[in-house]
Design a protein around this ligand. Structure first.
Ligand code: ADP
Ligand code: ZN
Length: 337
């Protein structure tokens, strides 16, 4: 078991940790009524296990449709209505029980309903365990773009139980591996080396990936500076997701192509070795994250140029110089386009 301390809360990482859930809740919450927000898939798979883990508690469930469309104003409003109908009060506790969609939406509900209700995260996908449940960013999408409305709102604690991963599809599992490979490349050579040799992960590697993100988040809780390191592969990754209307590529797949483009740029400016590019390409291919022919940076120019935030004062770009080491370079439009 690993406990990681954030500024105001803890992340608990333990295979089978769900069975100690009630004990952890008692440490932060005095009542016996809990409000669980989840999606239909997670509800069908894990309702019984959750109820068993929380004997003695009265549970109210809000079960939402699976998928990114759930992170919308409409579902936000509907879910809040249901919570109020079910009798939620300001001092109650909400459980966000599901993947990144449920975590982001539920965290945003918790941050705004009655000006803030306590919540706990139990991420059930690998991507949510190593990425979206860490760092306190919550929010929803608008038609105009992803995560356009949101806030920073810390949970009471995050419980990470890798046993949820047994029911993930291969594609969803690889989706999380992509963020772990990124974490290794930007901040943990040992983790990267492990991921080269293994296609499954345990609580040890999940903890290592979380620690890379944690260390950056602690330096920069409100995403002003150092958090930028986490954006390795994401400038092009976001452009790829957007150009394909968030339908063709999962986030992990898009950033996989994005990481290769970033490594290529590193080679062009003399900071990255060709061998690293080949090694990462072979790895991402073998995990089913990318396919050849690769997506090319030329096809995503427009998305990058139109993303004003990227180009306001030159495009700051994350370059991996060797596994575990990064640097920020300022590129001019003409350097990459
Ligand atoms: P993310 O990949 O960002 O975490 P989602 O919240 O959309 O995104 O989750 C991806 C899909 O995986 C959803 O369809 C969700 O219902 C499903 N899911 C979440 N957790 C599990 C699990 N432990 N086993 C199987 N499917 C799951
Ligand atoms: Zn990401």
């Amino acid at each position: 078991m690993t406990f990681l301390k954030m500024q105001n809360y803890e992340i608990l990482i333990e295979e089978g940790g769900l069975s100690h859930f009630a004990k952890h809740i008692k440490e932060v919450y005095e009542f016996d009524e809990l409000f669980v927000v989840t999606d239909q898939n997670v509800f069908d798979l894990y309702k019984t296990k959750l109820i068993e883990a929380l004997v003695g508690y009265r549970l109210s469930f809000v079960v939402l449709p699976p998928g990114e469309k759930t992170k919308s104003l409409e579902v936000y409003q509907q879910a809040i209505k249901t919570l109020i109908e079910k009798g939620i009060k300001r001092n109650h506790l909400i459980l966000a029980f599901g993947g990144g969609v449920i975590g982001d939406l539920t965290g945003f509900i918790a941050s705004t309903l009655y000006r803030g209700i306590s919540y706990v995260q139990i991420p059930t996908t690998l991507l949510a365990q190593v990425d979206s449940s860490i760092g306190g960013k919550v929010g929803i999408d608008l038609k105009e773009g992803k995560n356009l409305i949101g806030s920073f709102y810390d949970p009471k604690f995050v419980l990470i139980d890798p046993s949820f991963l047994k029911t993930l599809s291969k594609r969803e599992y690889a989706n999380g591996l992509a963020e772990m490979i990124k974490a290794g490349l930007i901040g943990d050579k040992k983790l990267y080396t492990y991921l080269l040799e293994h296609d499954t992960v345990t609580e040890v590697e999940i903890s290592e990936a979380i620690q890379v993100k944690r260390n950056v988040v602690l330096l920069d809780p409100y995403d002003k500076k150092e958090r930028m390191y986490l954006n390795f592969g994401h400038t092009f990754g976001h452009a790829i997701e957007k150009k394909h209307q968030y339908e063709t590529y999962l986030h992990g797949e898009a950033i996989s192509y994005g990481m290769l483009i970033a490594l290529q740029i590193g080679i062009q400016i003399g900071d990255t070795k060709e061998e690293l590019y080949q090694e990462v390409k072979t790895l991402l291919k073998s995990r089913g994250l990318i396919q050849e022919p690769l997506l090319q940076m030329d096809d995503y120019r427009d998305e990058i140029v139109h993303d004003k935030k990227n180009l306001a004062d030159g495009l700051r770009f994350i370059i991996v110089t060797k596994p575990g080491d990064v640097k920020i370079v300022k590129l001019k439009e003409s350097d990459i386009l």
